[in-house]
Ligand binder design. Structure first.
Ligand code: DLL
Length: 431
């Protein structure tokens, strides 16, 4: 099922709609947001200079630091009394960024999340347990209103209290789980500890997002829960969840292009890259009232695919996000993405989906260690087997990364679990 006819617009019509909305948002930020007014003036740019979609490239980028420097309300394009909701990013790496929604923004948000959940396969008869935290984080409330919009029965369980999550699933006959992929793995572990087989709980669908996850983790989740696991993407600054999501083809995430105009740029030069090439995702919000953003650099790494999707939607698909431009580690001069490590690990039998990358510096030399948990049922009792496994992991990582990590196998359940986004990297060099 397709929630909104706009998702199937022919490309020319979509582009006309995008252009009309782009012109309107450019006019609005020029008039209402001093930051943009100044940036436009610096470039001697007037809203009337934006005549085609390719004129987008004339516009300045916006980065997270711009939002931070204008904390809390400097980017809002409407007076405060028009805002009806605030969310904020966690601010673990500096000042938080605050996002405000008008009534219309909240309606748009519900519609966009409705598209995402419907394309993943949610039906009005579903009982959906939301295990994202509710609060300043956009995950809980974002999914909540979109799911209610499509008529599903929502259980706002929030994150944590994991044994209770399983009892709720049993008592309320939950059919759909919404969480981070890592929390879904953890819930499955706790279920098994309680003597409950997660695959026997009768869930048919999992909607996962909010952090990067590999195809290997998808397989792990689908096997553990016996359901179909789909990916959806978003970020607080852009609206929250609801920017893009997979349809039942599980082959790329359809972007709601009538609301978010995407580009892929080379993060070094800022130049636009052609369709299919991997780079940094940049989004211009086309309809947001409270916090419109022009060419917002998400730092998320992906590529765009304009080929038709068999599901019937014509919207462009983004590949699963493989990481962020700022989570690339430079270890002994070599670029390492955590997602590369995950892909290698998920391909090796005997290790589970839990790992941590620890980087440190001794004198002038970087130290690079990968701690990997054994799979629940792996330990054979023979230490020789563990040594062999460690060697295999080390060699495969060396092949892919061109740098040799120290590999340490650790006991099942010894790495910290999380109910939200996983923390995969501890870089002690910057602590
Ligand atoms: O995580 C919004 C969200 C909530 C999306 C629930 C999906 C589901 P933030 O906390 O602002 O917002 O974090 C945004 O999380 O820039 C990505 O780096 C990462 N991210 C979000 N979804 C995905 C995904 C929410 N499906 C940041 N795959 C983004 C990979 C994701 N990374």
């Amino acid at each position: 099922m397709i929630w909104d006819r706009t998702e199937t617009l022919p490309r020319e019509d979509m582009e006309l709609l995008q252009l009309e909305r782009l012109k309107a948002v450019v006019r609005r930020v020029y008039q209402k947001v001093p930051f943009y007014h100044e940036r436009f003036q610096e470039r001697r740019l007037k809203p009337a200079d934006i005549r085609s979609l390719s004129d987008l490239q004339k516009l300045p980028f916006t980065v997270k630091d711009d939002l931070r420097e204008n904390y809390p309300y400097g980017f809002f394009a409407v007076p405060l009394e028009k805002l009806v909701r605030m969310h904020a990013s966690s601010g673990t790496t500096g000042r938080p960024t605050v996002v405000g929604y008008t009534k219309k923004d909240l309606r748009t948000w519900s519609e966009l999340v409705a598209r995402v959940v419907v394309q993943a396969g949610v039906k009005p008869r579903d009982v959906v347990q939301i295990c994202f935290s509710y609060g300043l984080f956009t995950g809980g409330f974002g999914l909540h209103y979109g799911l209610e919009r499509v008529g599903a029965t929502v259980i706002p369980a929030s994150a944590g209290n994991t044994q209770r999550q399983i009892r709720l699933m049993q008592d309320f006959n939950t059919t759909v789980l919404v969480s981070t992929p890592t929390y879904a793995l953890y819930i499955a572990e706790i279920a098994r500890e309680m003597g409950v087989d997660p695959a026997g709980l009768g869930l048919r669908l999992g909607l996962f997002g909010s952090e990067p996850w590999s195809e290997g983790i998808r397989q792990e989740l689908e096997a553990a829960w016996g359901f179909k696991a789909t990916d959806n993407y978003g970020m607080s600054e852009l609206i929250g969840p609801g920017v893009s999501g997979e349809c039942h083809m599980q082959n790329g995430l359809h972007i709601s292009e009538d609301h978010f105009l995407p580009e892929i740029i080379d993060p070094e030069t800022g130049e636009q890259l052609p369709p299919g090439e991997r780079g940094e995702l940049v989004i211009t919000t086309l309809t947001k009232e409270g916090l419109p953003l022009i060419r917002y650099r998400t730092r998320d790494v992906t590529s765009l695919d304009y080929t038709p999707c068999p599901c019937g939607r014509t919207t462009v698909r983004m590949r699963r996000v493989s990481g962020r431009t700022d989570d690339m580690l430079i270890i002994r001069g070599v670029n390492v993405f955590p997602s590369q490590v995950e892909e290698v690990l998920m391909d090796i039998a005997g290790v589970g989906p839990h790992y941590q990358i620890i980087v440190d510096r001794q004198g002038y030399l970087d130290e690079f260690e990968v701690q990997v948990e054994l799979a629940a049922d792996y330990f054979t009792g023979k230490f020789r087997d563990l040594e062999t496994l460690e060697k295999t992991i080390q060699e495969r990582l060396q092949n892919v990364l061109q740098i040799t990590p120290k590999v340490k196998l650790v006991e099942y359940r010894s790495l910290e679990r999380t109910t939200g986004k996983a923390k995969r990297v501890i870089d002690k060099r910057t602590l």
